[in-house]
Design a protein around this ligand. Structure first.
Ligand code: WT7
Length: 631
């Protein structure tokens, strides 16, 4: 797939779009931000948000890269997402329009959402949750997930959302790592007409956990589940008795908002930490400017709250902006591949933000399906998670956006909190490029010494300078934070996201993909080490290596190479068992597409597996420099 081929096509936005955009001229705003970064954010933060007390320092870089933003200020993101809207017409506006996989519908106004959050914050307090505690949330894509997140933030507890597709083992690892005492889950989640028994998996994790004390269970699928007395509580029981009056905690701008685990180069996921003030200012501003959010818009970020995209752009930033946000429980092609187009027509959705994988998945059903529906409400489109190949870009543009709606290809990460490289609606587009930095963000592509590469040359992507929603650290592991993100260009003080990229003559950046041992499957990050350690935890496996191989729909798929222990037969059944084992250890998204049995693995003399050799062999490419190969 030619995702990273720099194509020559340029798409210019219509005059109408440019003239009506919040930011009609990218260059002047970017120049202003670059010239005075702190002045720029200072002004935005003052004008668009409410603070209980102002900051004395916009950016404290005295202990870089442990940057702090809006230092001295008191705030709470929930005050800006809910409380302040209670005094305006937004109070009566739909905050969340939820549609279940089976077609059930719930419209929750800001007033109603605020009441739910107030009540649930009191429930958490009654259960002993206090400021600074980590509350784990393991649920589906339903409004109660947002309620739980907001209720934690309201009282100053940190949430740690674990994607509902992860296994009980993955959930347990995250509970233990964060020493979480409280888990919020559901009886089950709907997926392709079947129930995913989240409660059963939560129970397995709870029984093995050394820290978990209590579990609150939301009823969604209504199937029979086992509840343990004194440990497990029904959400609806606790909510029935809870008061709907609740004070929002006055927090400092730099108080912790949440952790979210993401994959890295080792087998152990990293807990990325975000804080209240900077995250609020940056995510809300990026959503408003990039997707040109207006009061009358119906915004649909078709992600899951279990990923950063859901945190930033389903839950927090739409609410801070007082927007109406769609939440859809199901997958794009169930029960029919027309499901999404039905939703766009039904709710008059104006902005759709999704991933290249979803687009390619829908594209394979042809353009007749979107044509059957009235998609004329769509005025802007978005893409995130992986490079979008020009063919998918053009299909999305022509058949979903009716060749009118510009596509905002946003490059960012769990760590960055919000969009980093992205067009604004007024910026000319090139299919496959996330264009340039959001105003004030300085991305560049450099060689090993930090020199900017020439146009067309590949190099390392760096971000030259801090931004408000940057991760503050890896929770509990400052050293790993320094090493992972700031050691490669330590002298220059640049943030290193571990992506490779190219730049073209116009300064547009073309992201190629990960540089580290992370595989991006359907826009989800998986560590090779994580999958390999799951494989070797199976009694039949002695050694394992996994690589990512190109795939037309998912972008990348995982292929595993295993050496079995003596006495095991390398049958297709064992391959199937190993795939299932990875599903159990991590989750279905991590299952290798195929498992090959081998007698040896290519390794360096120091014993490091050379995955690139395996990959090149698979692709029939030149294996390159083999001088470090042991055998
Ligand atoms: C990695 C971050 C940010 C939410 C989704 C993933 C890749 C992300 C793009 C894009 C090319 C992209 C990068 C990045 N990526 N967006 N528009 N074009 N690549 O978040 O799980 O933290 O993964 O996703 O490789 O490093 P994440």
């Amino acid at each position: 797939m030619a995702a990273n081929e720099m194509s020559g096509d340029v798409y210019y936005p219509s005059e109408d779009i440019v003239n009506n955009a919040h930011i009609p001229d990218y260059d002047s705003v970017n120049d202003k931000a670059v010239a005075d970064l702190t002045g720029f954010w200072d002004e935005i933060a003052k004008e668009n948000f409410e603070w209980y007390a102002p900051w004395h320092t916009t950016l404290d870089d005295s202990n870089a890269p442990f940057y702090k933003w809006f230092v001295g200020a008191e705030t709470n993101i929930v005050h800006n997402a809910l409380d302040r809207h209670m005094h305006t017409a937004t109070r009566n506006k739909a905050a969340i329009i939820f549609e279940g996989e089976g077609g059930d519908e719930r419209i929750i106004t800001y007033h109603q959402l605020n009441r739910l959050v107030c009540k649930f914050s009191n429930v958490l307090r009654d259960q002993g949750v206090v400021k600074g505690d980590v509350v784990t949330i393991y649920m589906g894509n339903i409004p109660e997930t947002a309620v739980a997140m907001l209720a934690c933030a309201k009282i100053g507890a940190m949430h740690s959302v674990v994607f509902g597709g992860f296994s009980s083992e993955a959930l347990l690892g995250r509970i233990e790592d964060s020493k979480s005492k409280m888990l919020i889950t559901c009886d089950g989640a709907w997926r392709r007409g079947k129930i995913v028994d989240l409660k059963a998996m939560a129970t397995v994790a709870a029984e093995k956990s050394t820290s978990l004390e209590k579990m609150i269970v939301v009823q969604r699928t209504n199937h029979d589940v086992e509840m343990k007395d004194g440990r497990d509580f029904w959400y609806h029981d606790l909510m029935a008795d809870a008061s709907d009056k609740s004070e929002t905690a006055r927090l400092s701008s730099e108080d912790n908002l949440f952790i979210l685990y993401t994959s890295g180069t080792t087998g152990r996921p990293k807990a990325i930490l975000h804080t209240h003030g900077g995250y609020m200012v940056y995510t809300a501003t990026t959503l408003k400017w990039v997707f040109d959010l207006k009061d009358e818009d119906v915004w649909w970020c078709a992600a899951d709250p279990g990923w950063i995209t859901g945190h930033s752009y389903i839950v927090y930033s739409p609410l801070v902006n007082g927007a109406t946000s769609i939440m859809y429980e199901g997958t794009p092609d169930y029960p029919t591949p027309e499901r999404w187009w039905q939703l766009v027509q039904k709710y008059g959705i104006t902005i759709l933000y999704t991933s290249p994988t979803a687009i390619r998945g829908l594209m394979k059903y042809g353009s007749e399906l979107p044509k059957k529906y009235d998609l004329s409400s769509l005025r802007l489109l978005g893409s995130v998670g992986e490079p979008i190949n020009p063919a998918a870009w053009k299909w999305y543009y022509e058949h979903v956006g009716n060749s009118k709606a510009p596509i905002m290809d946003t490059w960012w990460q769990t760590e960055t909190g919000g969009f980093m490289m992205t067009p604004l609606p007024s910026v000319p587009l090139k299919p496959g490029s996330a264009t340039r930095g959001f105003p004030g963000i300085l991305p560049d592509v450099v060689d090993k010494d930090g020199n900017s590469v020439k146009p067309g040359e590949e190099g390392t992507l760096v971000i030259k300078g801090p931004w408000p929603s940057m991760l503050r650290t890896i929770y509990g592991d400052d050293e790993r934070y320094l090493k992972q993100y700031w050691s490669e260009f330590k002298e220059q003080g640049w943030y290193c996201p571990s992506d490779s990229a190219k730049k073209d003559e116009d300064g547009y950046i073309w992201v190629i993909g990960r540089q580290d041992d992370v595989i991006n499957v359907a826009g989800h990050r998986l560590g090779t080490a994580e999958i390999e350690s799951a494989l070797v935890s199976h009694p039949a496996v002695a050694e394992a290596a996994v690589v990512g191989l190109p795939d037309d729909v998912k972008g990348t798929i995982v292929k595993a190479f295993c050496i079995v222990n003596q006495g095991n037969e390398t049958t297709p059944e064992l391959g199937e068992a190993l795939r299932a084992h990875v599903g159990k250890e991590i989750g279905a998204i991590a299952k290798p597409a195929s498992v090959a049995f081998v007698d040896s693995l290519p390794k360096t003399r120091s014993g490091k597996i050379m995955r690139r050799v395996l990959k090149a062999q698979e692709l029939g490419e030149d294996v390159g420099d083999l001088s470090t190969l042991a055998d």
